[in-house]
Design a protein around this ligand. Structure first.
Ligand code: SAH
Length: 239
């Protein structure tokens, strides 16, 4: 069973959307498990304080290293990676997601306020993971997104195993355009090749479209693809 442990001051946000659809069914059937650790229960004062003013001054509050460390240490010691959702982290990629899905699970710290005391990241060796170059109000939605991406890759969760191998990023390209009935929608037909029944031609068309879209929309992925590199390896191509 793939095990997720989430540290948060909002445990009621879980499983949230992950209790529905594919992830929800997989949770019920025991493909994966989810436990939440309420960080606040590891505070020691009567107000259950988890944050304090930033050293050096400035706006906002910082999550306390000692409280978070106690919360983390309450999670059973195992080999699962320990992640901190953070806009400063390494942007999440499908390759990282696939690796995480292959692991035993993940321990995920969701921060709030201005983030966490830097010393916690250092002494508990947290891997900072970002959902993208934007700022959320907390790590919970980022953790839900990461978990959703992992859980759908677990064996037996997705309807058709092949769909993971063909979708966007699987081979460094964005996915080709998809169509379904009706054959003509508001004057727009489905491309002839897709209804020709010629599987070789369909495959070639899809590959060409995937390449066209990637070159057009994602010069970064396209450069890595052309260089024959897997996009997740090493620093970004400088073109
Ligand atoms: N002051 C911080 C932002 C804090 S936002 C900064 O400027 O970097 C509060 C918390 O939300 C973060 O600590 C993190 O846990 C979460 N969060 C915000 N944006 C995120 C993102 N893009 N990816 C992952 N987690 C994010």
């Amino acid at each position: 069973m793939w095990r997720a442990s989430v540290l948060t001051i909002f445990p009621d946000m879980f499983p949230g959307p992950l209790g529905q659809s594919l992830a929800g069914k997989a949770l019920t059937s025991g493909v994966w498990s989810l436990d939440t650790i309420d960080i606040r229960t590891h505070a020691t004062d009567k107000h259950r304080t988890v944050d304090d003013a930033p050293a050096g001054g400035g706006p906002g509050m910082v999550m306390k290293a000692d409280v978070l460390a106690r919360a983390l240490d309450a999670v059973p010691h195992d080999t699962r990676p320990r992640l901190l959702m953070s806009p400063r982290g390494t942007p999440l990629t499908q390759a990282r997601v696939a690796k995480l899905a292959h692991d035993l699970g993940a321990v995920i710290v969701c921060a709030r306020f201005e983030g966490v005391d830097e010393r916690l990241i250092k002494v508990r060796h947290l891997e900072e993971v970002s959902l993208g170059d934007f700022v959320l109000s907390g790590g919970e939605i980022a953790a839900l997104a990461l978990l959703d991406a992992c859980v759908r890759l677990l064996p037996g969760v997705m309807g058709r195993e092949a769909s993971a191998a063909e979708e966007s990023f699987a081979d460094g390209l964005l996915e080709y355009p998809q169509f379904t009935r009706p054959p003509v929608f508001e004057g727009e037909p489905i491309p002839d090749i897709l209804t020709s029944g010629d599987h070789g031609k369909v495959k070639a068309w899809r590959r060409a479209e995937a390449e066209r879209l990637t070159a057009q929309r994602r010069p970064d992925l396209w450069a890595a693809y052309l260089a024959g590199k897997k996009p997740e390896k090493g620093p970004k191509s400088t073109g």
